[in-house]
Design a protein around this ligand. Structure first.
Ligand code: ADP
Ligand code: MG
Length: 246
């Protein structure tokens, strides 16, 4: 379980998180929405130690991580993977070698066994037939799917997806959406998904949290979100089909 308790974060004079409290329950697919610059990425970066709060507390699986040092986060990052908006692959390595990399780094497996497991992860994303290609040979949507396969390699309990479908072709976007749903339903993975993608929000999420002016403006189910007459939410839902709000 993840808990943010009364977390505040400022950059200079700009308050980005203003007394944010949020509990994320295990196995949930929680979408974090809000317009560009609302603090979505800032919020999730606190979980893996890329940012630390000015005040408030953060708990991860019962440990208070608020003031952890960089090296304290190493083991946490093995069970909480983050897929960044612009994840990069190593250009000189085949897709399967890219995916196998975390195993080679953190587990003592034979080369053969690590490739076998990497192929299984590629198959989850519908990418197994491209295993031996180089990143430059495939499109952005496929590269993103490979980056997600790599993030899943150490079988994390938590996965943070920062805008996983932004800019993807429809097939890749749907594959990513289905995967997020299956990770929760079949493997009980807890996912935090930062997204602008209306279709993903309504087909994949169990719960939606909206950040607005540094605060949690909405916290509820997709049904409640769709039916909400609050003007900020109404405008957000209406504006999304035209692309990300700027
Ligand atoms: N490391 C940083 N230093 C200074 N300002 C930052 C930093 N990270 C984010 N910000 C600012 O915090 C605000 C929220 O950013 P972010 O969480 O990335 O927004 P989004 O909701 O689009 O993900 C933005 O105004 C951004 O410029
Ligand atoms: Mg962001």
């Amino acid at each position: 379980m993840i808990q943010f308790c009364d977390v505040c974060k400022k950059f200079g004079e700009q308050t980005v998180l203003d007394h944010v409290s949020l509990t994320v329950f295990d196995g949930q697919v929680l979408f974090i929405v809000g317009k560009s610059g609302a603090g979505k990425s800032v919020l999730v970066k606190h979980l893996i130690g890329l940012l630390q709060p000015d005040t408030g507390q953060i708990f991860f699986d019962g440990d208070e991580i608020t003031h952890w040092k960089e090296k304290d986060f190493y083991p946490l990052r093995l069970k909480c993977a983050m897929v960044f908006q612009h994840s990069t692959l190593f250009d000189s390595m085949s897709l399967i070698e890219n995916v196998a990399l975390p195993l080679r780094k953190h587990r003592h497996l034979s080369h053969q066994e690590s490739l076998k497991q990497a192929l299984e992860k590629l198959a989850l994303l519908g990418m197994e037939s491209y295993a031996d290609q180089l990143p430059a040979m495939i499109g952005d949507g496929m590269r993103k799917r490979v980056a997600i396969a790599r993030a899943l390699m150490l079988e994390p309990n938590y996965v943070i997806f920062d805008e996983p479908t932004t800019g993807l072709d429809p097939l890749s976007a749907e594959q990513v959406d289905q995967l997020i749903r299956r990770l929760s339903d079949e493997l009980k993975v807890t996912s935090l998904v930062v997204s602008h993608d209306l279709r993903s929000i309504f087909t994949v999420s169990d719960r939606i949290v909206m950040l607005y002016e540094g605060k949690i403006h909405f916290d509820g189910t997709p049904e409640q979100f769709a039916a909400c007459e609050d003007p900020v939410i109404y405008q957000f839902v209406r504006a999304l089909p035209d692309g990300p709000m700027v």
